[in-house]
Design a protein around this ligand. Structure first.
Ligand code: PLP
Length: 292
């Protein structure tokens, strides 16, 4: 289903007219950052975490934040309201604006380009989660600042497409040392024999996932162990359980990697339990309701 309208550079416009200039630097140079925010039954999910990461990404590439978090929330809420969305996603992109094509930053007065699009639907359906998903390994060909949520996603796009062409749900990115970084649009976790949840530490090789952070809290609250350390593909193949995490996929069990089964080839109990606790947390969201 198409959105009814989008916010583009100060205006709420019908979706079919939601255009940016051909010299927007996001378009020419991927000189832009973005966020994807979940909406669950009308409530924005982990808003502070997403706004904090957006401001961090903007700072990292030297774009002055065009709005405060409060103004951004006001506009985003308006996009949700006008699209009458309940459960869905909000895409927010901020570029360095429009200027004649030239690599150096344009005049500092150039206003950033801002686009917000909301659409219904959040993540794979419950039966996908019940069945589990497969991963295909791909070399991690991305740049060295994967902690910035940049729109320069060509390496991610190619990896995900390669996965989809082989019937896999996601691409598992592996660096030149055989260590797992993350997936093309999600973080990745393994559960070891002792039942510890292992995920790569934050750094410039992965995106600091908001869901990753929330899951780490839920795991610890449950008296279980989170270990943030690099792990290899060999370790992932031998893990008891594997799962990916993101705004849209929550915690999603992985049942095979490159056609080899993870554990007994069925979603494991640890991730099933974690996912259930994450969904309960979504169901208990309250406070400021944005959508219908
Ligand atoms: N890693 C990458 C490369 C991503 O693109 C994403 C989200 O789209 C994530 C991880 C997960 O981040 P979050 O949990 O904030 O959605």
């Amino acid at each position: 289903m198409l959105p009814r309208l989008a916010y583009v550079n100060g205006r709420y416009v019908p979706y079919r007219n939601a255009m940016v200039h051909c010299e927007d630097r996001g378009y020419q140079f991927a000189d832009a950052v973005y966020e994807v925010l979940g909406l669950y039954r009308g409530y924005p999910v982990d808003l502070e975490g997403h706004w904090a990461r957006l401001f961090r990404s903007l700072r990292a590439i030297g774009i002055e934040a065009p709005f405060s978090a409060a103004t951004l929330s006001f506009i985003a809420r308006e996009v949700v309201r006008r699209n009458r969305i309940s459960t869905g996603t909000l895409y927010i992109q901020v570029s360095r604006g429009v200027a004649p094509r030239n690599h150096p930053f344009p005049d500092p007065d150039t206003p950033p380009g801002i686009v917000i699009v909301a659409r219904p639907g959040l993540g794979p359906t419950a039966d996908v989660a019940a069945r589990g998903v497969s991963l295909l390994t791909q070399p991690d060909l991305r740049w060295k600042r994967c902690d910035i949520k940049s729109t320069g996603l060509l390496a991610n796009v190619l990896a995900k497409q390669a996965a989809r062409e082989q019937g896999a749900y996601e691409a598992l990115l592996v660096d030149s040392e055989g260590m797992v970084t993350e997936c093309s649009s999600s973080n990745v976790w393994i559960v070891d024999e002792a039942g510890a949840f292992i995920t790569r530490p934050l750094g410039d090789a992965i995106l600091p996932g908001v869901t990753r952070q929330v899951l780490a809290g839920l795991i610890r609250e449950n008296g279980q162990t989170v270990v943030e350390r690099p792990f290899s593909l060999t370790e992932a193949l031998a893990a008891r359980e594997v799962f990916v995490s993101s705004t849209g996929s929550f915690a999603l069990p992985v049942v095979s990697i490159d056609g080899r089964p993870v554990g007994d080839g069925k979603p494991g109990p640890m991730v099933a339990d974690l996912r259930a606790r994450y969904v309960r947390r979504l169901e208990s969201l309250d406070g400021d309701r944005w959508g219908v």
